[in-house]
Design a binder for this molecule. Structure first.
Ligand code: HEM
Length: 499
């Protein structure tokens, strides 16, 4: 913990003590219970919230309006989730605080309120339906496995070096996403893990966003002004991010203007530019608009998948029986060939692996909370009243660990719970009970893409390498970031299966 956090903790403790003595504001036990966790044991934050929700019938209100003008309602109640994200989604928007926390994204579509979002979505989400996009997606997955991931792991295996799996996945996801979105390879996944300013800047901004969500706006704005705490990194990280993305956009615009875009390969920027021309809309060719949507895809496509794969490898290292079943399924469907790259059809046969990824997402949802702000007064199915001064937090993490939804064995890793009995398919679980990919109009459009890529990476690694998670001296727990990453990464030693 840094000096700023110690300072904030002391000030907060003092404030609470004095206020309690003088009865300045209502004594709010759940909040008091949470404060030390927020600052002292941030990795236990989600477990603490889960415990508080369990003790309070799945919904709790933190009365913070005396200080921040906003009360915070946290819920893991499926009826509330259904109500907020589906039945009455038009009054629960992402909201102004959300926009402020993500201000460095500029004009991104995911920050817009519903009407504008609906309009822009027709343009920004159109590429998901393109055949050429899916072909290039698969090509990029293979190319990065063959030219980057496998050589890096072969090298590590020969050296018997300890490897951080999370760093490996972050780099793989960054390079594939960037290739797909901009047509350029940042080359971050290479032997020796070269320094990647783009990667560092993305990580710094993800931490900053998380802190902006949990700290009152006045506090993080003050920190930014004073250049202290996490906010001190903002200016530098923002500059690197904006400059790198602006360069990608500029390069693509230049090529398009000179009519020098070669090859059949798809990339999202090229698609946006050509579609904007056919639509004749200036708005869609603006640098700011393009850059904001490139940044959205870089984040959405990289962090969530890299973090989930890391949790997956951690969970199977602790559940040897599940790992054995995954390996048997891979052996059954892949030819016994070194460095074999699976096709879409071969990947679709890996049902147990698919279930194991769903199960990892249930226990460690990489988007641990979904945040909404009501634009008018409403009453939730749980009976709680909310209004424009309430921030609503849907806690996916707690939902994944509720016995009412998943049974008494909810804390155990059991991929079987996702298997469709007898029919050999995957069980559908309603998004009001499993929020891993969100729900309602803002749900994740990249879900299927994410599964394809994660399965390709996991199966290629498990087919070619033994992965031994280093047991000694390693604490595996959630980090403090907008995405549920593994705080200190996941250290492992890999060895080739084919020597
Ligand atoms: C394990 C992988 C992934 C997980 C767990 C995940 C999860 C989510 C969740 C929970 C949301 C909704 C957030 C909210 O309602 O506020 C979301 C939105 C989004 N996701 Fe994903 N995602 C993943 C991978 C991807 C990939 C690979 C892409 C694209 C290539 C993608 C693109 C997006 C976009 C663009 C949005 C914003 C949608 C909008 O508001 O218009 N995601 N994701």
């Amino acid at each position: 913990m840094g000096y700023t956090e110690i300072f904030v903790t002391i000030i907060l403790a003092l404030l609470l003590f004095l206020a309690h003595q003088n009865r300045l504001f209502p004594w709010n036990w759940p909040l008091i219970k949470l404060v030390p966790t927020l600052y002292l044991k941030s990795h236990e934050l989600y477990d603490k919230i889960t415990q508080i929700l369990t003790e309070n019938n799945s919904t709790i209100v933190f009365k913070t309006s005396w200080f921040t003008k906003t009360d915070i309602l946290v819920t893991s109640d499926p009826a509330n989730v259904q109500h907020i994200l589906n039945s009455r989604y038009s009054i629960y928007q992402r909201g102004s605080e959300f926009r402020k926390a993500f201000d460095f994204f500029g004009n991104a579509i995911f920050l817009k309120d519903i009407e504008e979002w609906k309009e822009e979505k027709k343009f920004t989400h159109a590429f998901y339906k393109e055949n050429q996009f899916h072909k290039t997606y698969f090509k990029v997955i293979h190319q990065t496995l063959e030219k980057s991931l496998i050589p890096v792991l072969d090298h590590m295996s020969l050296q018997s070096q300890v490897l951080d799996m999370q760093i490996l996945f972050n780099r793989y996801m960054l390079d594939t996403t960037c290739l797909l979105v901009t047509g350029s390879d940042p080359g971050s996944l290479r032997i020796g893990f070269p320094k990647s300013p783009l990667l560092d800047a993305m990580d710094d901004m993800a931490e900053i966003v998380f802190c902006r969500h949990i700290l009152p706006e006045r506090v993080w704005k003050l920190q930014r002004w004073l250049g202290i705490g996490k906010e001190k990194k903002t200016a530098k990280a923002c500059n690197i991010l904006n400059q790198t993305i602006a360069d990608y956009v500029y390069e693509k615009q230049e090529l398009a203007a000179m009519n020098q875009e070669n090859g059949d390969d798809f990339d999202v920027l090229k698609f946006y530019l050509s579609k904007a021309v056919t639509k004749g809309s200036m708005k869609y060719t603006e640098k700011g608009f393009l850059a904001a949507n490139v940044m959205t895809l870089l984040y959405a496509g990289r962090d969530t998948s890299a973090a989930l794969l890391t949790w997956f490898f951690y969970l199977i290292s602790r559940n040897p029986l599940a790992e054995k079943k995954i390996l048997a399924e891979i052996r059954q469907n892949f030819p016994p060939r070194k460095h074999f790259l699976p096709s879409a059809e071969e990947l679709s046969k890996l049902l147990y692996l698919h279930c194991a990824l769903c199960e990892s997402l249930r226990l460690f949802p990489t988007t641990p909370v979904v945040i909404r702000e009501p634009i008018k007064e409403d009453v939730l199915p749980s009976g709680h009243r909310v209004d424009e001064n309430t921030k609503v937090i849907l806690c996916s993490y707690a939902m994944g660990r509720m016995p009412e939804i998943w049974g008494e064995d909810c804390k155990e890793f059991k991929p079987e719970r996702w298997m469709l009995a007898g029919k050999g398919g995957i069980k559908h679980v309603g998004s009001n009970r499993f929020l891993g990919f969100g729900s309602g109009p803002w749900a994740c459009p990249g879900k299927e893409l994410a599964f394809t890529r994660m399965k390709a990476v996991a199966a290629t690694i498990l087919h070619n390498f033994n992965v031994e998670v280093v047991p000694a001296g390693q604490t595996v727990c959630p980090g403090v970031s907008a995405v549920l990453t593994v705080k200190h990464g996941l250290k492992a030693i890999v060895s080739s299966k084919w020597i």
